[in-house]
Design a protein around this ligand. Structure first.
Ligand code: UFG
Length: 317
């Protein structure tokens, strides 16, 4: 297939681009390089530098694309609370420009990076796709609005769309890994501390109603997450919008993650207790039963493999 990957210079977009190329597809990456890296775009993919608003119509027009995988987004929860307008403009506004460009060009399939943040504070665990969506920040709200737009484009324009709601993505896939200028995520921060690059790891809250008092999250290896995109692409059906959670179905605490990092790196990682981080739910765990049953997907990598691959990637740079 001929595929457009928006945000293919970013962490997850670059991993999925590599997997699509490995599977024999033709890949064009559209990325404005505002947070992505040119050298993360895998060899064999063509990079077009630009925003969706400026360039999606030009790239898609008359070029015979079969589908779009849409990763390009702003994705920091904290930043979204400080600059909600930026998140609505970049995430929803640019996605609408992409959808119109697809419609004009007659491209009928899309796989979209949605997020666990669309659910907000969960009512019950594990979270099902049918659970209420009450995002607690503009990042989650803007992604939920795109899911809603996709459903409308499916119903009214016959688009075939799949939204994949990611939980906590970690690990690396060969040359492609996590390289954020501002790193807020737990695993890369703990590994930087193991390298001796960062300060001590701060545990954000040890008084949650969980077994060890720290937050439980559902970690998923980026290569397992990526495979789900290839399955979703095949499953896009005209006029249908489907939502699938993507997680492992089990929760690991912040303290457990740090212990796995200590074991994998063999290093002493300095840790200090800190206050809770605003907006963190105690437990976020996905039910991934729907994607297992419908698309036959299941995760193949455990937390040790995620940490190990992230550690190899970090040291290679
Ligand atoms: N944490 C620490 N110290 C750190 C970094 C994180 O204790 O230095 C804790 C957090 O408080 C949280 C857990 O580690 O309990 C995981 O935090 P991350 O920042 O790695 O991930 P989040 O669960 O906050 O965020 C993820 C995705 C978001 C998505 C969100 C859904 O990265 O994109 O899940 O709610 F929005």
């Amino acid at each position: 297939m001929k595929l457009l990957v928006t945000g293919g210079a970013g962490y997850i977009g670059s991993v999925v681009s590599a997997q699509l190329l490995e599977a024999g597809h033709e890949v064009v990456v559209l990325d404005d390089l505002s947070t992505g890296h040119e050298d993360a775009v895998p060899e064999g993919a063509r990079l077009v530098r630009g925003t969706l608003r400026e360039s999606a119509a030009d790239v898609l027009g008359g070029a015979g694309f079969d589908a779009v995988l849409h990763f390009a987004a702003k994705s920091l929860v904290g930043e979204s609370v400080e600059k909600p307008g930026l998140y609505w403009d970049k995430n929803l506004g640019e996605s609408l420009a992409l959808l119109e460009a697809m419609r004009t060009a007659g491209v009928g399939r899309i796989v979209f990076s949605s997020t666990a943040a669309t659910y907000g504070e969960p009512e019950s665990t594990p979270i099902l796709e049918t659970d209420p969506t009450r995002p607690t920040n503009p990042y989650g709200a803007s992604k939920l609005a795109i899911d809603t737009a996709l459903a409308e484009y499916a119903r009214l324009h016959g688009l075939g769309g799949v939204s994949l709601r990611y939980f906590n993505v970690a690990g690396a896939h060969g040359r492609q890994g996590e390289r954020h200028a501002v790193e807020t995520h737990l695993i890369p921060n703990v590994l930087r501390a193991a390298l001796g690059e960062g300060a001590a790891v701060r545990v954000f809250g040890e008084d949650y109603p969980t077994p060890d008092g720290t937050c439980l999250r559902d970690y998923i290896h980026v290569a397992d997450l990526g495979r789900a995109h290839l399955l979703a692409l095949e499953a896009c059906a005209p006029g249908v919008h489907e939502i699938f959670n993507l997680g492992s179905g089990t929760g690991n605490s912040v303290r457990e993650v740090i212990e796995v990092c200590r074991t994998v790196t063999g290093r002493d990682i300095p840790v200090e207790a800190g206050p809770r981080r605003a907006g963190d739910p105690a437990v976020l765990v996905a039910s991934s039963e729907k994607i297992r049953a419908r698309l036959g997907w299941k995760p193949e990598h455990d937390l040790t493999a995620m940490v190990s691959d992230a550690w190899t990637f970090l040291r290679s740079r």
